[in-house]
Design a protein around this ligand. Structure first.
Ligand code: AGP
Length: 604
């Protein structure tokens, strides 16, 4: 899940590609590199973030030419070294690659037997040298790419330049995304839209197995057989500013600040003329579905747990929720009227996409809840609901999660209403509760100082526990992931009643325990669970409405947002995101680009 970029036009390609890599660095920031071709192919690359590459380019400047390709890496094969950085290739052909060539060791052996030697440990260099092998045989870049990629197992998005083809970039993909930005007398290649948004909003997605030839005169796209394919240009639904920090210190903080507005827009977008939840979905999905399976990864999986909770509670539909990387290797038992709902911010996550393809192959109806318009999951699912959260740059997903949970609440209510499981009056009451959410979310921002104080209290912890019951537990699971992801504190989340069945042995003096008290009916149970932890010396932090019984037990109390208990995970999300944000800041962590992570996971 790297970021690749390319440019052909009248501007200085080195500057354009470097800027594009900065905009794509949320896809991986282990190393970076650029290559240009003007008579000879020149490459500058190094381990480290884009800034290291800029330093390297000052020491070893590339000529100001009009064509270049670049890469920002999330290491999969081979350590984070200069040698393993992209671009990879020979004096005749050089490539940047996003994806995994699973059979690279086999291909490597073949190439070694043909006399090739390798400088890196990467699968990508094997791909480059195989392209070089076929290019030496055919002297035709398109044929060389087609021949070589037909031997690859796995996923790839490749941009390639050939010494003999100045001002031309060739690009090909399978599974990993490639977008082509079309400007005036210039063309951009990128893994995602932010890379070229400040130059053009017109773009198209390269299809599965398609190859494109990009020159200053324009582009030509060919399918697997080599037949030319006509492409319709799409228009990016957001501005370059959306890919900027907009005055905030971090993308994560900016994206949290957008949540209230996004939720308000989603509620009006997915409501009918009476203000009741409505989705333009097929009657078959709404009326006939007897069982639902929800699938996702990471934060999207957590939104799936919330959707499961609400579909069972409100619409009385038996629902399962699975982690995609596990689900794809099980033999699921599906009902005749099964519906599989896949949730994804990027719409490119490999495990979720594979699950979608596998269940579709079994003839099961599929619905995607996706943020990125036109992404693979959005286009391949039978029906799609967009979460309209806009571009999410920070690796830790925040606004997309809150948007996914809001769609979950609206969708479960719509199912319940459409299947007459709920009286119209009840639906109206829920719709009224939902309308309180934008303000409840703003509560978190108003409580930011109190949250920052809690961060001060927990910043030196090595281990920490979140506890909750029912919807609170679901809210806490995501809060725990956020804290882990960006502050590197080993945080675990437990159903509050489960602690005493073993894990409580891990609680020692000052182990912080964060308890969520959104569910008032479960308050007495939660209180005794917090007492159990406090009596072992835990530093107990309660997020709750003012309550004297809780105040007697908790070392710290933070006032929670006011909203219906069912929607607590939505209102609570930004509060726990801010807790993670401030804790990470106090620990001096890289909030937007946490170590070892990348935004969209396009490899298994
Ligand atoms: C969340 O902060 C992480 N970035 C990660 O868990 C993410 O949610 C997961 O990789 C799924 O991504 P998706 O929603 O783009 O499919």
């Amino acid at each position: 899940m790297c970021g690749i970029a390319g440019y052909v036009g009248k501007r200085n390609a080195v500057l354009v590609v470097t800027e594009a890599l900065k905009k794509l660095s949320y896809r991986g920031y282990d190393s970076a590199g650029i290559a240009t071709a003007s008579g000879v192919i020149r490459t500058v690359k190094c381990a480290g973030k884009i800034e290291c590459l800029e330093e390297r380019l000052k020491e070893n400047p590339l000529p100001a030419v009009n064509m270049g390709i670049g890469h920002t890496r999330w290491a999969t094969h081979g350590a984070v070294t200069d040698e393993n950085s992209h671009p990879h290739g020979t004096a005749d052909v050089t490539i940047v690659h996003n994806g995994i060539i699973e059979n690279y060791l086999l291909l490597k052996q073949k190439l070694i037997s043909f006399g090739y030697t390798f400088k890196s440990e990467t699968d990508s260099e094997v791909g480059a040298l195989l392209i070089d092998y076929f290019y030496k045989k055919t002297h035709d870049p398109l044929t060389a790419l087609r021949e070589a990629t037909s031997k690859f197992h796995g996923s790839y998005a490749i941009a390639a330049i050939f010494k003999d083809c100045p001002d031309t970039i060739f690009t090909v993909r399978r599974e990993s995304p490639i977008l082509i930005g079309v400007g005036t007398d210039e063309i951009f290649i990128a893994s995602d839209i932010p890379a070229f948004l400040s130059y053009t909003k017109r773009y198209f997605r390269l299809g599965e197995g398609e190859i494109a030839k990009i020159t200053p005169d324009g582009f030509k796209v060919y399918d697997r057989r080599g037949d030319e394919v006509k492409k319709n240009l799409q228009h990016a639904p957001f501005d370059a500013e959306s890919a900027e920090k907009g005055g905030f210190a971090h993308f994560m903080r900016k994206e949290i600040s957008e949540e209230s507005g996004i939720v308000s827009r989603l509620i009006s977008m997915y409501s009918d003329g009476h203000g009741l939840p409505f989705f333009d979905l097929s009657a078959d999905i709404i009326k006939n579905t007897s069982h639902i399976t929800v699938i996702g990864c990471g934060t999207a999986y957590h939104a799936g747990l919330y959707l499961k909770y609400l579909l069972e509670k409100l619409a009385k539909i038996r629902t399962e929720c699975h982690v995609a990387s596990e689900f794809r290797y099980t033999e699921p038992l599906f009902d005749k009227n099964e519906l599989v709902i896949v949730i994804s911010q990027s719409g490119e996550t490999a495990d979720t996409l594979s699950c979608l393809r596998e269940v579709k192959a079994l003839g099961v109806k599929t619905l995607g809840i996706v943020n990125v318009v036109g992404s693979a999951i959005a286009t391949e699912a039978d029906e799609v609901i967009y979460t309209h959260a806009g571009v999410e740059i920070a690796v830790a997903s925040t606004k997309a999660y809150t948007a996914q949970c809001t769609v979950a609440a609206l969708l479960a209510t719509y199912f319940a209403a459409s299947r007459s499981v709920m009286e119209r009056q009840q639906v109206r009451e829920i719709a009224l509760e939902l309308k309180k959410l934008p303000d409840a979310i703003m509560h978190a921002t108003r409580a930011e100082d109190a949250i920052a104080e809690v961060a001060e209290e927990i910043k030196d912890a090595e281990n920490l526990f979140f506890i909750g019951r029912r919807a609170d537990y679901i809210a806490a699971i995501e809060g725990s992931l956020k804290l882990k992801e960006i502050s590197y504190i080993h945080s675990e989340c437990y159903p509050a009643g489960e602690l005493k069945h073993g894990t409580i042995s891990l609680i020692t003096e000052k182990t912080p325990v964060v308890a969520l008290f959104g569910d008032r009916e479960m308050l007495p149970k939660m209180l005794s669970n917090l007492k159990e932890a406090a009596s072992r010396g835990a530093k107990s932090i309660a997020i709750s409405a003012p309550d004297k019984d809780i105040a007697e037990v908790a070392d710290i109390m933070v006032d929670m947002p006011r909203c219906g208990e069912l929607f607590f995970p939505i209102a609570m999300a930004s509060m726990l995101q801010l807790l993670a944000y401030h804790t990470a800041l106090k620990r001096g962590c890289d909030v937007d680009q946490p170590r070892n992570l990348a935004k969209s996971v396009t490899v298994e």
